[in-house]
Design a protein around this ligand. Structure first.
Ligand code: ADP
Ligand code: MG
Length: 250
């Protein structure tokens, strides 16, 4: 589903991703953990072209998003092709990013209507179905300001799903939430995983990573330090930096 190889990314003189590779298979849930500033968000943003890479290659469902020549320079296809490839991925951010002046249902149908040119009647049934799926069927005419953080995030998940992606990327989806609201969002994500959605989840929720993720990767200082099957990763971390990180988290 995702094959990212030798990704390099710098912001000015700051090298944020140093030869990072990641593979995600269909229906797999991959958790990425690591301390703040290690490059987790930048990696996700490179996967769906919110950032361009400086080197390396990314293929999404077998289609080349970016490749690099022998000199290590990155090449992207046309904007149209990039858009088509990235339309297969939905993303959920820490800060929800709902449109404040739109109701819940308007938030969900906006992108399918403007980006996919779907008619309102075409998308509404799916929008209501998705809202029910995240447990908010009765909130369709509420505005974001009338919802709790956990409810907002579940709307954000429904909104991403309305574009019918094959892959969902989550960037610390529960980090902005009060602890008592974290569970409802994690449960929604767990259901999505049970429906066989392919997911990449940057998270500090070690319980979720252990229980729901198939694979867990640990990033530190722009490097993918180690990763593997979730159970083995937690039971038997190999690298000293991973051990130090986990002992601080658990
Ligand atoms: P994480 O998500 O693991 O906390 P990030 O990917 O957000 O890490 O950031 C990695 C590093 O890149 C940090 O040092 C951060 O300050 C820097 N960084 C991220 N985005 C930008 C940007 N747009 N411009 C400059 N530096 C950035
Ligand atoms: Mg981040």
């Amino acid at each position: 589903m995702i094959d990212a190889q030798h990704i390099r990314k710098s912001f000015g003189a700051l090298e944020v991703l140093k030869d990072v590779s990641l593979q995600v298979r269909p229906s797999e849930v991959v958790a990425i953990i690591g301390s703040s500033g290690s490059g987790k968000s930048t990696l996700l943003r490179c996967l769906n072209h919110l950032e361009t890479v400086n080197g390396g290659s990314i293929t999404i469902e077998g289609q080349t998003l970016v490749s690099s020549d022998d000199a290590g320079h990155a090449h992207y296809p046309s904007d149209k092709e990039v858009k088509a490839i990235c339309s297969k991925m939905g993303m959920v951010f820490q800060q929800f990013n709902l449109f404040p002046h739109m109701t819940v249902i308007q938030n969900i149908i906006e992108a399918p209507m403007t980006v996919k040119k779907m008619r309102k009647e075409q998308i509404l049934p799916l929008a209501h179905e998705l809202l029910a799926k995240v447990g908010l069927a009765e909130k369709h005419d509420f505005y974001p300001s009338q919802l709790s953080g956990g409810q907002k995030q579940r709307v954000a998940i429904a909104r991403a799903l309305a574009m019918q992606p094959d892959i969902m990327l989550f960037d610390e989806p529960t980090s902005a939430l009060d602890p008592e609201l974290t569970g409802e969002v994690l449960k929604t994500m767990q259901k999505l995983a049970e429906d066989n959605m392919t997911m990449v989840v940057v998270t500090h929720e070690m319980g979720f990573a252990r229980e729901v993720a198939d694979k867990v990767y640990f990033m530190d200082g722009g490097v993918m330090v180690e990763g593997g099957e979730a159970k083995a990763f937690f039971d038997n971390p190999q690298h000293p930096r991973t051990k130090a990180f986990l002992s601080n988290m658990l």
